[in-house]
Design a binder for this molecule. Sequence first.
Ligand SMILES: [Zn+2]
Length: 497
Amino acid sequence: MKKLTAQPKLPTRQTQQPAAQKKRLFGVALPLLLLLGWQPSACQSQQTGPNVEQTPVATPGETPPTAAAKAVVPAVPKGYFLFPIKPGQENFLAGSMGELRPNHFHGGLDIKTDGRVDLPVYASADGYVSRLKQSSFGYGNVLYITHPNGLTTVYGHLNHFKGAVADTLLSRQYQKRSYELELFFEPGQFPVKRGEVVALSGNTGGSVGPHVHWEVRTAEGHQLNPLQWGGFAEIQDHVAPVVQAFAVEPLGIEARVEGRFGKRVFVPKAPLADGSYAWADTIAAYGTVGLLVQGFDRFDKVWNKNGIQRGQVLVNGQPLYEHVIDDVPFPEGSRQINRHVDYEWRAMQGRQLEKLFVDDGNDLSMYTTGPDKGRLRVEAGKTYAVEVRLSDSYGNTTPLRFVLKGEEPAYFKTRSAAVKKPALSYDVSRNLLVITAQDPDTAAVGGNVTLVRGSRRLSLRPSYTDQSRNVYLYDLRAAGPIPSVSAASASASAARP
Ligand SMILES: [Zn+2]
């Protein structure tokens, strides 16, 4: 939450404002000015309960995002690709495809190389070397082999290239007198056979330990999960994903979780005897809410925490949402990870929550949902038995079960003895302005705040008062016509009259 230290200028008529843009939103001159001050107590007694002064607005997500086209993926028979390291032997992964990394989905498998370099790297299928890059950054020394089915396999962080293509690289390097080099080749120039040694493994580029980064890409550049075609005998996985936490988040101005407007994170203890997780207490909720989860997966015999390929949500037995991270457009789709995960929560709280709904602005094609895009509408008096299923590429599945109970929001007030003087802060989330005011008042209902827009004033009563903090909610899309800017008006003083 930001502290109000200067005149805050509020936006009007923002639509589909992604959270990542909110700082910029406050950086531009906007015509709505906020005057925050305490109203006389007479005002408090006549206005109680949640704010109802606003015009109704569309539920978030009613405009369906345009789904990005799925890649044209040829049918890949099981066993088509040879495992590129120690084929036929037990192998271990340090990273899975689709793993949630900072600012990208991990694009391939990180294959361990016994802590060593110079292991032979085998061509995964017949084809030709289509590209080669030598670099101190990113994938380091990387080789691309394009196969007759149109897919390309990518081998990264290599030490050396092998064969005729390596000689070509050396001579070009000599000509250019540069280490950094990228070459593209035509079919027929450097054909390779399945199982041919094309390189030696290494630790080049942005690599923190010896391994081979191995990818499968489509002609359009989509990164595909190499384990989706029946997996590999070299990689064993009988371990189901682990649930670390889940969260329920209000997505609309009317929405509450346990009476409050704010994400609630729940941390279940160890799994039950059958491997599932459960939250014993019923969770009170209301309105349009989103579900989020934090977890990881492991492969057999290794402790690396890897990604979870599939997330499903069923409510009262009916499917609500599903994602499968098997196909990510690179690089533009990979960057959309910051809409797939709760980017701000990770930045502020350090916890990586993965959304189980399709947020505004996310046009990845990995989702299967109804028209509400995985958002759940909770009605008063109804019960929602939620089952989240998390699965890895080998089909090991962990269920997480909890129950939401619809409960109409009502004003409540809880006090904290610590509050001495008033203080204000605000935040913008999903087009909603959330104002929090420390309220040392002992009245039954917290005081109002006044929004000033030109000559118009709007008095907001608190939706609730939690630990002596009044919480006010205002939908920025309900701001009406844009008035002229009044430079003279606002002061963000929290002083009592
Ligand atoms: Zn990698």
